[in-house]
Each structure stands twice: as structure tokens, then as C-alpha cells.
Design a protein around this ligand. Structure first.
Ligand code: URP
Ligand code: ZN
Ligand code: ZN
Length: 487
């Protein structure tokens, strides 16, 4: 199958020009003006943007959590992602405590194989890393799993102590892999939660009130300091607030190889959402929680100034009926997480590019190129270039859409609400190609379950100079002066 995309405006993280793109099979074969080639299909992209497919490096499909399982399967979640212009996800496999990480990987392969509409990769959530298991991290890397998530939250379930975090980071530093940190002081948070419940505070908003920004910042500070001593890069996931951003900036300024992502919910929603009538606030029970609104400007500033590298979704949906309900009468039992994989591109295009907060190249960089690069998939993913996978979004910058879970044109996630209900956006994907196959054609799904493939990722930063090295060298933990590190 070959496809010729004509007359579009190609935008990558670095470029912005008009040309045709010829896709032969799964990859981009030619880019040029007025290409005179035969193709099985011709798409006229006049007036449209031609963008690299979105890379969402933080999703949780069918993840067991809080006594239930996130409601999108690899089938439904990746189809929704495709509708929204995302063509690669990096999901999280989980190590069961006491079991091998490789067994966890096998379990997640079994969930995803033959199900996904778009390509997918895995991080590994490490819950337990005694010395004898440390070599497994290298074996995971050989399997194409080159990043691990560790939690400072959820004591008794997912939390890793500092020794475990240090062990994992030191190994990652040696192997050229990457530790992703859920940075929050979960031990202190648990005390606040107990006190709130004892005082009779059971409503969803206490989820946010018991997780203050200082405790996210404390986790970030600790993760960054441990990474510095381990001489390893670190990636802070779902950074939500100015307090944590300040810690990130300080660490970057002293040369720590520190990356971080934020998510649309922290840029566009705020603490007041928990005041939705009835049990509506439960929709926004996610970790970290939504913050006071003023944090949003600071996060946009962080994205513009490149302290923050990536916008992911942390897509982890639970239905309001039946699943979030588990926590009616006790906010600590509300499953943590919210939906978002379908709308990241349009929300960020509208509130970022249309609003003048970031330019088009930075939009592509944050939603596609840099996540592909950090997580070892660039330039196969994350750009439009000869030889790259033909993951391409033909994006109509003028199309206006109101997002609603009641509108089958804008809601394909398997969840009974939208966190962005009633949000009006200008700019929406029209046609989406995943490795050369049209999967969304003028807003209609034409893809196939199982066509998405597992992507074996390369080392941190890919074959290219790690971004962090450009910020400065790693600090020598002995002298405290810049060392030979940096990548
Ligand atoms: O509330 C959230 N974020 N749920 C997903 C798990 C995680 O911590 O990323
Ligand atoms: Zn997390
Ligand atoms: Zn997550």
C-alpha cells in the first residue's frame, strides 16, 4: 500500500514547510514539492497540518488498581488514542511484589498482543528490587523495555524505599536506561489521609487536600538528589505544580540529568473541579491531584522555557458509575486516575498554540518528538522524515469541536465521562496513519484491532545525544563539581 499526501503544511519539532509526503509500505519514502509518483491512495492535505503522530509516553490500559481495573483495554484505549492523533503509547507493565519483572512483562504482552490499533511500548513498574533482581533491569532493556517507573507514593502497595530507588537508578545510569519517578511523599500523605478520615472528611476533594504540593516537591527533590548521586538521568512523571517545578529547575541548574512531563489536566483543570455537585468531584481523583489554578501559568512557563520536556496524559480511566463509586463515603477508596488519551493533541493545540502559549514546533516537540527521543524511539517515531515510520496526522487547524462524552464523534474512550466535558477546541485530527495504514479516515475509524505492534525501544535518548547533556554535565558526587558525566 502506498499513500501520497499532497499540498500539506508539514510541521515537525524543527521545520515548517509545504511539501508532499510519499508513504511506501510502513515508512516515509519521499518528501518533496509536487511529487510525481503513483500511489494507491492520494490524500489532499491543502489547508491542513501534516504532523508526526502523537507519542503519549504515559498510559495505563487495563491496569489493576484500587480494587478494580482501568476501564480502557488495549483495544479501546488505543482506538481512542488514534482518533485523537496519537499513534504510539508507552504503557506500564507491573512487577508483582516478590515476582520477577520479566514475568510482569509477559503478563502485559499477553494483554496487549493482537489488541492494539496503534503501536505500543512498555515501561516496567518496579515494586521490589533486591540485589539479586538488579540484573533483570538489563534483561528488560534487552527486551526493549528501557525505562522503569518507581513510586514514592502508595505505601504497602507500590512504594519503593530510597535504597531501592538508588539501586534502580545506579543500574539505569550504567545501562543507559531511565528511571521514571512518581514523586510524592506517600508516607506523610497516608498520615494526612488517616487524620482527614478520622475527622469525618470523606468527600472527593479531601483527596486533593491531603496531597499538598510541598509533598510532591519533597518527592521530586529526593528523586533528583538520588539521581544526582547515582549519576543517572531521571524523568519525573505527571509533575503538577509550581513547587515541584522549582525543585526540577534547581536540579537542572546544577547539572542533574532531569526530565519531566506534565499533563493536560494540570494545565487546564484546577482544584475547583472537586466542588462539582454530588459525587462529581470523584471524576478528578487522580494522583497528583488538581492544583490551585495559578499553578497552570507556571507550568506553561516551564513548557515554554524547556524545564518541562513532555506532555503526556497519564490516561487511567475509571467509570464514575461502579468504579469511582467504590469510594463514596471514603475518598481514599476512589480509584486514582482519569481519562485523557483521546484529547491531548487537540487540547494542547487549542490551549497552547491557538492561545499563543507555545508555538507549533514546540507543540510537536512536546507531544511527539521529545517523548520519542527520551524513550528511545526517535527517529523511527516522533518526526516526519525519510525512513521514519509513517505515523502521520492530517490535522485540520480550523475545525471546531466541543468535547463531550455524549457525542460519539468526540468520545471513544471506554469510560462514562469526560474530564473535559464541554471544552471547545479549534484544531482536530482528520485523518491518521499508523505505520502507513490509514486508521482514521476523515473522522471514521478504519483501523484494525491487532495492527498495532510492540515497539522495542532503544536506550535513553536513542542514538542521539541525550537532551540533558545539553543542559550541563552531571555532577561528580564526590567533589560536587561538574564531572565527566552528562549522558
Ligand atoms: O492517579 C493516577 N495517576 N493513576 C495512575 C497511576 C499513576 O500514579 O500514574
Ligand atoms: Zn504515578
Ligand atoms: Zn500514571
Amino acid at each position: 500500500m502506498s499513500v501520497l499526501i499532497r499540498n500539506g503544511r508539514i510541521v515537525t519539532a524543527a521545520d515548517d514547510y509545504r511539501a508532499d509526503v510519499f508513504v511506501d509500505g510502513e515508512t516515509v519514502a519521499l518528501i518533496g514539492r509536487g511529487l510525481a509518483v503513483d500511489a494507491d491512495r492520494i490524500i489532499d492535505a491543502a489547508g491542513r497540518l501534516v504532523l508526526p503522530g502523537g507519542v503519549d509516553p504515559h498510559t495505563h490500559m487495563e491496569m489493576p488498581f484500587g480494587g478494580t481495573e482501568s476501564s480502557d483495554t488495549f483495544e479501546t484505549g488505543t482506538r481512542a488514542a488514534a482518533f485523537g492523533g496519537t499513534t504510539t503509547i508507552v504503557d506500564f507493565a507491573i512487577q508483582s511484589r516478590g515476582a520477577s519483572t520479566l514475568a510482569g512483562l509477559e503478563t502485559w504482552h499477553a494483554k496487549a498482543a493482537g489488541q492494539a490499533a496503534i503501536d505500543y511500548a512498555f515501561h516496567m513498574i518496579v515494586t521490589d528490587l533486591p540485589d539479586r533482581r538488579v540484573p533483570e533491569l538489563r534483561r528488560l532493556a534487552d527486551e526493549g523495555v528501557t525505562s522503569y517507573k518507581l513510586f514514592m507514593a502508595y505505601p504497602g502497595a507500590l512504594l519503593s524505599d530510597d535504597a531501592t530507588i538508588f539501586r534502580a537508578m545506579r543500574k539505569a545510569g550504567e545501562d543507559g536506561t531511565l528511571v521514571c519517578m512518581h514523586a510524592e511523599n506517600g508516607v506523610v500523605i497516608d498520615e494526612l489521609v488517616k487524620a482527614a478520615l478520622a475527622a469525618g472528611h470523606v468527600e472527593p476533594k479531601y483527596h486533593a487536600l491531603t496531597r499538598p504540593t510541598r509533598l510532591e516537591a519533597e518527592g521530586a527533590h529526593r528523586a533528583l538528589a538520588i539521581a544526582e548521586i547515582a549519576r543517572a538521568p531521571v524523568y519525573i512523571v505527571h509533575l503538577s505544580c509550581h513547587d515541584a517545578l522549582t525543585e526540577l529547575r534547581r536540579a537542572q541548574a546544577r547539572g542533574v540529568m532531569a526530565h519531566a512531563e506534565t499533563c493536560p489536566q494540570y494545565l487546564l483543570l484546577d482544584l475547583e473541579a472537586y466542588d462539582e455537585p454530588g459525587f462529581g468531584g470523584a471524576k478528578y481523583v487522580m494522583t497528583p491531584p488538581l492544583r490551585e489554578k495559578w499553578n497552570q501559568d507556571e507550568l506553561w512557563r516551564g513548557l515554554r522555557g524547556k524545564a518541562l520536556d513532555v506532555i503526556s496524559t497519564d490516561h487511567c480511566p475509571f467509570c464514575l458509575r461502579e468504579q469511582k463509586e467504590l469510594g463514596r463515603g471514603d475518598f481514599s477508596r476512589i480509584p486514582n486516575g482519569g481519562p485523557g488519551v483521546e484529547h491531548r493533541m487537540s487540547l494542547i493545540f487549542h490551549h497552547g498554540v491557538n492561545a499563543g502559549r507555545i508555538d507549533l514546533n514546540r507543540f510537536v516537540d512536546l507531544t511527539s518528538t521529545t517523548p520519542a527521543r527520551i524513550f528511545g524511539m526517535f527517529p523511527r517515531k516522533g518526526t516526519i522524515a525519510v525512513g521514519s515510520d509513517a505515523d502521520i496526522v492530517i490535522f485540520d487547524p480550523e475545525r471546531e469541536v466541543t468535547i463531550s462524552s455524549n457525542d460519539p464523534r468526540t468520545h471513544h474512550m471506554n469510560v462514562d465521562y469526560s474530564a473535559y466535558e464541554g471544552f471547545r477546541v479549534r484544531g482536530y485530527p482528520e485523518t491518521v496513519l499508523s505505520r502507513g495504514r490509514v486508521v482514521v479516515d476523515n473522522g471514521e475509524y478504519v483501523g484494525r484491532r491487532g495492527d498495532g505492534r510492540f515497539i522495542r525501544r532503544g536506550p535513553y535518548g536513542g542514538a542521539h545525544a541525550p537532551l540533558a547533556a545539553a543542559r550541563g554535565q552531571a555532577v561528580d558526587p564526590g567533589s560536587g563539581r561538574p564531572g565527566a558525566g552528562g549522558g
